[in-house]
Design a protein. Structure first.
Length: 247
């Protein structure tokens, strides 16, 4: 599978002014309701396909080829069925030259649009640099930054760790979101660690009380002495007559 995929006939169905940066919307044509391939999809698959179109608007119809990354970037519950969408001609490999049957079947006007789209696509093969004055890219950059901050990172520290430099590219943002959007944050890791410690203490406390009632205080205290320092004071406090046992 190639690294990138392209929405089929993207220039034909979508049109934007190139001087306005990334578009805030996409066109959804009513003719889809008469498209047999569209009708054959389930409701969930149609929703996934629309989400892929929204993502494709960032790069003139080009999307990543990884279903795992697409799931994260589009906030899907399951990975999209790329093979199905490709077989139904909604998606195609990201190639520069359109296949001969598509060129021969397309009207002259649409062929011209496709050629213009292909020229623009060649430019997109080089990672585009974010224009910080564009509101859409500001939002994406801010979201990537917020993901990094949850892990105690900044864009600068991420660039140093990955050997990147200069302004963020769209590929950089994809990489950040794919890596950190579902990874547990520092706060989550701390909460998990605290919960695990609490469970461990609970089990030790139950064992200590069991020893106390079965074999006496001396056995319970010996059990406490053999435990990690993190738990000793808490176990002593929870031991029946704990103050006497600590003397």
């Amino acid at each position: 599978m190639t690294n990138y995929l392209r929405i089929h006939n993207w220039p034909r169905w979508q049109s934007y002014r190139s001087d306005r940066g990334q578009p805030p919307w996409i066109k959804l044509h009513r003719s889809l309701m008469r498209n047999p391939e569209w009708v054959s999809l389930t409701d969930a698959q149609r929703g996934q396909l629309i989400a892929l179109w929204l993502l494709a608007a960032d790069r003139d119809g080009v999307i990543l080829a990884s279903p795992c990354l697409l799931k994260k970037l589009c906030f899907m519950d399951t990975e999209p069925d790329i093979e199905l969408f490709t077989s139904l001609n909604f998606i195609e490999p990201d190639v520069i030259v359109a296949s001969s049957w598509r060129q021969s079947d397309a009207p002259e006007e649409s062929r011209g649009e496709e050629r213009r789209g292909e020229r623009e696509k060649r430019k997109s093969l080089t990672p585009s640099v974010f224009d910080q004055s564009d509101p859409a890219t500001k939002k994406q950059t801010a979201f990537a930054d917020s993901c990094l901050k949850k892990h105690g990172l900044t864009i600068s520290s991420w660039q140093q760790a990955t050997g990147k430099e200069g302004r963020l590219t769209s590929q950089d943002v994809d990489e950040i979101l794919a890596t950190y959007i579902e990874a547990p944050s520092k706060a989550d890791k701390a909460a998990q660690k605290t919960a695990a410690k609490a469970e461990e203490f609970k089990a030790l406390k139950a064992r200590m009380i069991e020893l106390y009632h079965a074999d006496g205080k001396a056995e319970a205290i010996e059990f406490i002495d053999n435990q990690d320092e993190r738990f000793r004071s808490g176990l002593i406090t929870n031991l029946p007559n704990g103050k006497e046992a600590n003397k």
